[in-house]
Each structure stands twice: as C-alpha cells, then as structure tokens.
Design a protein around this ligand. Structure first.
Ligand code: SF4
Length: 379
C-alpha cells in the first residue's frame, strides 16, 4: 500500500549566480529552464506513481517550492506545477503553498501569476541589508531589494510573507547585525527565518578559509548574534517556535512542521528528500543526472535508508527538542530526567513539565543536548 502524502516539496534548481557559501543542488543560469523543469518533475511523478511507495493525497495540506531560486523560473512556473500535481489537489482552503523568491527576480508579473495559480505564502531570501556583505556573498540584489520585493508581493495580494536572514558572518565584513534585525522588523512580515553561516566543503568560502583569506565567525559572536535576534524578535511579538524560526501568532510554517513531527512527505526535483516510515530516500543531486534519469523513465533515487529503532529514537529526540513544543517528559526514563535536571541547572530549558522545552541558550547546544538525552535512553 502506498503511503499517502499531503506535504510535498518541489526543488527549483536554477540560480543566476552561486553564492559563495552555497553547496545546494543548483545550476547557474541567467534564466530558469521552465520547460525542462516541468518535464523533469512530470517524469519523476510518473516514476513515483509506478514505484508505488508514495501516493499524493486527494487534497494537499502543504506544498513548498524551494531552491535554488524558484522566481527565476518565471511567472508561469506555479500554474505549470499545479497542472502537474492536479489542480483538484490544491483547492483546499487550508492549503499552505509556499514559494521561495529572491528579491531581484520577483517581478509584479511573477507575484501576481503565482498568487493566481494558488501560492499563498512567499519566502524571500534577503540574508542581509548590508551592501558590501551582499556583494561578498555573491547575491544579486542590493540593500533595497527586499523592501521592493515585499512591496510587490503585498500589492499582488501575497501577505503571508517570510524573510530569511543570515547571522554568524565573518567579523571583517563589519555587517551591523542590529541594523539587519531592525531592517527585517521594518518590513513587518509575519515570519522570519534565521540561518547561521556554515562553511560547507567545496564552496568558494571553504577554499578562502583553507587559504587563510577568510576567518569564520567565532563562537562568541555566533552566540551573541543569535541571542540578540531572539531578544529583538521576541520583543516585536514574534514567537520563537523552532530553533531558527519566528512567527507572529498563526503564521508558523505548517510545511516545516510536517518535517519536524515525523509526517510522511514527498520531495520532487534534484537533491530532494522523501520520507515514508521507515524509508528515507533522496534524489540525485546533479540536475543533468536527475533529468536524464527521469527522461529515461527511471526513479531518480540516489540512495535510501531504513530508519531503525536506534536512529528513530535519536531523531525523535532531536526533532522534538528543536521545536517550541518540546518533548513530553512522561516519555523520558529516570536517567534522561536526571540529564534534563542538569540542563535546568545550566539554564538551558524553558520548561520541563509537562514537556521539556529548550530556551535560546539550550537551542545553541541543540545537537549536543539531543545526543546527551538520547544516550540516556539506554542509560
Ligand atoms: S540563491 Fe540560494 S540556492 Fe541559489 S546559490 Fe544562493 S544560497 Fe544557493
């Protein structure tokens, strides 16, 4: 019996330029190849159907089009996607349909046609409002780009808006983090996502670090910037509902919540991940490999793994701790409760009863604390 999925991710692999820190599955092109993308997604959907592991629910709850830069695919991209998935699956009034956009490629035509196709949530990659840092990153927009794009989105009727910001950048850039947080607050959007810069191998940034030309941010600055964001966004009425995500009441991302609560999801496109208990699998990352595989009528799977009880336990702990929901304390054994008691002494928890919830200090140590708690499961 196929697992029915009501949350779908679709990857749009094209970017006008590769950012210096990015190791995502992207193809650098001036314009997105809408026809090639649509044919490839259609091919993958046919292969998924033949395989019989996943079936699309008659009515989707969430659809997330990420990238890459979906807005580089142009105004017709979302109606093309709706035709592939089946417009009848996208009619539920509760559907959350998010599409990512970069400021420079979000035009009025794109925003209006996406909204007409059914998109009702837009996630904008701003990262910073500091011009020299945007140039250093290799971003295509300037400091005014996010405000212009948000204006376009709102005029087109898209009001459920999220903005991405990046913290933990090298000190030498002299980016003013307070000013960036004030910049995002001035946009008055209902959702903000934070990303701490990580140095991924194979990127221009990693090469610069190895060559001694760039010094990654130190732990102190990373921590201070994260905590300042938590403080300023909290004071502005945003709920810190997950380690990296902040929302005004009622605007938490429902798609991401599906990843965190263990629901099944289907990922389409190169590099996408899918999950149907107990199988997790991911697609070929390279766009050309992916599209030639689906063109040959094959499933573009790179690898799959079966989640066993040990891994499932750690994952449950890690996913539970990363959200503001936390973990039910009644699920913890005596040894685990003792570990949590130590966290309380250290000041890393927001609550323990009835659920163990980390605070911002605890979230800075999320991976370590998840391993600590999971190892206590056999203690
Ligand atoms: S826009 Fe996003 S996906 Fe594209 S290169 Fe930059 S970071 Fe990577």
């Amino acid at each position: 019996m196929p697992t029915q999925v009501s949350s779908v991710y679709v990857h749009a692999p094209f970017c006008a330029r590769r950012c210096n820190y990015c190791d995502f599955a992207v193809q650098v092109r001036k314009e997105g190849d809408l026809e090639g993308w649509r044919d490839a997604i259609a091919g993958e959907l046919r292969a998924v159907q033949e395989e019989g592991l996943f079936a699309l629910a008659p009515s989707l709850a969430t659809l997330y089009v990420g990238g890459g830069t979906p807005s580089l695919l142009g105004a017709g991209a979302m109606s093309a996607l709706a035709a592939l998935l089946g417009p009848e699956r996208l009619r539920a009034p509760h559907l959350e349909w998010t599409a990512e956009a970069n400021p420079e490629s979000l035009t009025t035509e794109v925003a209006e046609q996406w909204r007409r196709a059914g998109v009702n949530r837009l996630s904008l990659g701003a990262q910073t409002f500091h011009g020299p840092t945007l140039s250093w990153m290799g971003r295509m927009h300037g400091p005014d780009g996010p405000a212009r794009a948000i204006g376009i989105a709102r005029e087109s009727g898209l009001t459920n808006l999220s903005v991405d910001l990046m913290f933990g950048l090298p000190r030498r850039l002299e980016r003013d983090w307070t000013a960036d947080l004030e910049g995002v607050l001035a946009l008055d959007v209902p959702h903000v996502s934070l990303y701490g810069l990580t140095v991924e191998s194979g990127t221009p940034l990693a090469r610069a670090v190895v060559a001694g030309k760039e010094i990654p941010v130190d732990d102190e600055m990373y921590r201070d910037e994260y905590l300042l964001a938590v403080e300023m966004l909290g004071a502005a009425g945003y709920e810190h509902y997950e380690v990296s995500n902040f929302a005004r009441p009622g605007f938490a991302s429902r798609h991401n919540t599906a990843y965190w609560d263990g629901s099944a999801y289907l990922g389409l496109g190169n590099g996408s991940h899918s999950y149907a208990d107990p199988v997790r699998r991911w697609n070929l990352a390279d766009w050309d490999d992916y599209r030639t595989t689906v063109a040959a009528g094959l499933l573009p799977e790179a690898e799959r793994e079966e989640i066993g009880p040990t891994e499932r336990g750690l994952e449950r702990v890690w996913l539970g701790l990363r959200t503001g929901e936390g973990l039910p304390v009644e699920d913890l054994n005596h040894e685990q409760r003792q570990r949590v008691a130590r966290w309380v002494t250290e000041g890393w928890t927001a609550s323990v009863e009835p659920r163990v919830r980390l605070n911002a200090q605890g979230w800075l140590l999320l991976d370590r604390l998840a391993v600590d708690l999971d190892s206590g499961a056999v203690g």
